[in-house]
Design a protein around this ligand. Structure first.
Ligand code: FAD
Length: 431
């Protein structure tokens, strides 16, 4: 009999909870990755960067395992079909995997758990992608926190050496199954094109962490880690990163706390996936003008910082956090377009896309979320540009035609849009 370790958002071999437990299970371990048709087939972009990133990482892991004489199972299909097939091919004793918090993933895991249980096979899941799990940071009354500041106070109090301890998988490599390599489906077989982009191995730069607090708000600088995609797919260990942050940057550590915070918001308040966290915000009469939405998407609003951000996103799949806040606020408040439109656009484009953090960021911008600023506070994109891109370096980088006649005039006057937003919100929120 063998143990299968099913990798999903934890694509690494070191400090990996499920792999550690699998290797200690007493049966030889075969790692598995499923390219899930239910996720991949609906993707419009056949050169999706995230698919390319995952693929590259699977190739890398497969090579690392092959060097130890260990095969890796890689399949393309619906998870339930793949599992049925695997159960015919392998004498599976136990299955190990890490918790996943998204709604689709939770439903998928229930189906697989039941399938395995019917055959007397254990399905063990562990905490791996979060530092504290959904039920681990609760108020004195055992209820979830709905505001970040008290949550973070508790989170930092609870953080200790034990919560950041590594899972030393390296000690147990002898417990992997030894056999010849297994086939790997190609990207083309799954209907995707290779992407001409290099994805450097994740590295945490100590100098960056030390300067993080001072530099992180300036989009023209390399002031943030850009580790989002690695955290999303677990190519870096959150515990290792947090240990380093604990030594060097409280501000950075606090960003990892935001990440846990939004995981638990999505878990405890799953309605946020489709609705405002504060229900009354579902009544705002959005204008939802499609032509204006298109100008926002393509970076043609005439507000340079907004446009630079959207063009950075379209060109690279990444946008600086400060600019995410400004572009999102502009869509919701200046254009009065439903935050869910913007959320869906970011979901398609961001290489570090994560349902919980993206949803949290958008609901924050719309004012409908957990830590919402009062709705009458409306970012002024021009002042924001003066403050955070004082020399206009970021703007000129992404808008080469800036200062020329071909760059559009602002599509809406700021003072007018601000008042319209306040009036519209007030009307929608009237009891
Ligand atoms: P760094 O500043 O280096 O931070 C390190 C890590 O901390 C990030 O990679 C991320 O995992 C975590 N983190 C930082 N800020 C936040 C935050 N506010 N909430 C949750 N986690 C955070 N983050 C995503 O990971 N995925 C998203 O889809 C996403 N969508 C967003 C949408 C909007 C409208 C807004 C305002 C923010 C969004 N964020 C999202 C949060 C934040 O902008 C990104 O995490 C950050 O810009 C990623 O760049 P980085 O890796 O250089 O971050």
């Amino acid at each position: 009999p063998v143990s299968i370790v099913w990798l999903r958002r934890d694509l690494r071999l070191h400090d990996q909870a499920a792999l550690y437990h699998g290797l200690k299970s007493g049966h030889p371990v075969i790692p598995l990755f499923i390219f899930d048709r239910l996720i991949l087939d609906p993707l419009e972009d056949r050169s999706d960067r995230r698919v390319a990133f995952i693929y590259k990482q699977i190739v890398y892991l497969r090579e690392q395992l092959a060097q130890m004489g260990v095969p890796m199972l890689v399949r393309y299909g619906r998870p339930v079909d793949v599992w049925k097939q695997l159960l015919e091919e392998y004498p599976v004793a136990q299955v190990f995997t890490n918790h996943d918090y998204e709604i689709y993933a939770k439903e998928r895991d229930i189906i697989i758990r039941n399938l395995l249980h019917d055959r007397g096979i254990g399905f063990h899941t562990s905490k791996d992608q979060a530092i504290f799990d959904r039920e681990e940071v609760l108020t004195g009354n055992k209820t979830p926190y709905t505001v970040f500041t008290p949550y973070s106070r508790r989170w930092h109090q609870q953080l200790n050496d034990f919560s950041l301890k590594s899972y030393p998988t390296g000690k147990y490599v002898a417990n992997f199954c030894k056999a010849a390599p297994l086939p790997l489906p190609t990207l083309q077989e799954m209907g995707f094109e290779p992407v001409n982009e290099s994805f450097p191995r994740p590295a945490v730069d100590e100098a960056l962490l030390k300067a993080y607090q001072k530099m992180r708000d300036y989009p023209a600088r390399t002031g943030t880690s850009e580790l989002g995609i690695h955290l999303r797919f677990g190519t870096i260990s959150i515990r290792e990163l947090a240990r380093q942050a604990r030594e060097t940057s409280h501000t950075f550590l606090n960003e990892l706390c935001w990440r846990d915070f939004y995981f638990q918001v999505l878990h405890h308040f799953p309605h946020v996936e489709r609705h405002s966290f504060r229900r009354e915000y579902d009544n705002i009469p959005w204008r939802n003008n499609e032509e204006e939405f298109e100008r926002w998407c393509t970076g043609q609003t005439g507000y340079p910082l907004v446009d630079a951000g959207m063009r950075q996103l379209n060109a690279t799949g990444w946008m600086h956090n400060r600019v995410r806040m400004i572009t999102a606020s502009f869509l919701c408040k200046h254009l009065l377009i439903d935050w869910r439109w913007g959320e869906a656009y970011f979901a398609r484009k961001l290489r570090d896309y994560d349902l919980s953090a993206n949803n949290g960021g958008w609901q924050w911008a719309a004012g409908s979320g957990t830590d919402a600023a009062p709705y009458f506070r409306v970012f002024n994109p021009t002042l924001q540009a003066q403050k955070f891109d004082p020399k206009g370096e970021y703007i000129r980088k992404w808008i080469p035609e800036f200062n020329s006649l071909s760059y559009p005039a602002p599509m809406v006057d700021h003072a007018f849009a601000r008042q319209r937003a306040i009036d519209t919100y007030r009307r929608g929120l009237k009891p």
